[in-house]
Ligand binder design. Structure first.
Ligand code: ZN
Length: 80
């Protein structure tokens, strides 16, 4: 029982961290990872989405980059 809870929290935290980085709901993906363990990691395979305050679209190459990025990691253009 304890091991199942530990696995739930473990995968929940990993899933929510990845989800947040990709502009998705950290709370939703924590719950999903908690309930479905390794299946929560499917968030890795979902495309990034632009979400205000977290990330945005590069004006040059249209890839999703972090909101505070000064240089686009994909095309190298100044992304201020
Ligand atoms: Zn770019």
């Amino acid at each position: 029982m304890t091991a199942i809870l530990f696995l739930g929290v473990f995968f929940g935290l990993i899933s929510s961290g990845i989800a947040y980085d990709r502009g998705r709901s950290a709370v939703f993906w924590f719950v999903f990872g908690f309930l479905f363990h390794i299946l929560g990691l499917i968030v890795i395979f979902l495309p990034r989405v632009a979400r205000a305050g977290v990330n945005r679209e590069c004006s040059n190459c249209k890839e999703i980059i972090k909101d505070k990025a000064r240089v686009c990691r994909y095309c190298g253009s100044s992304a201020s």
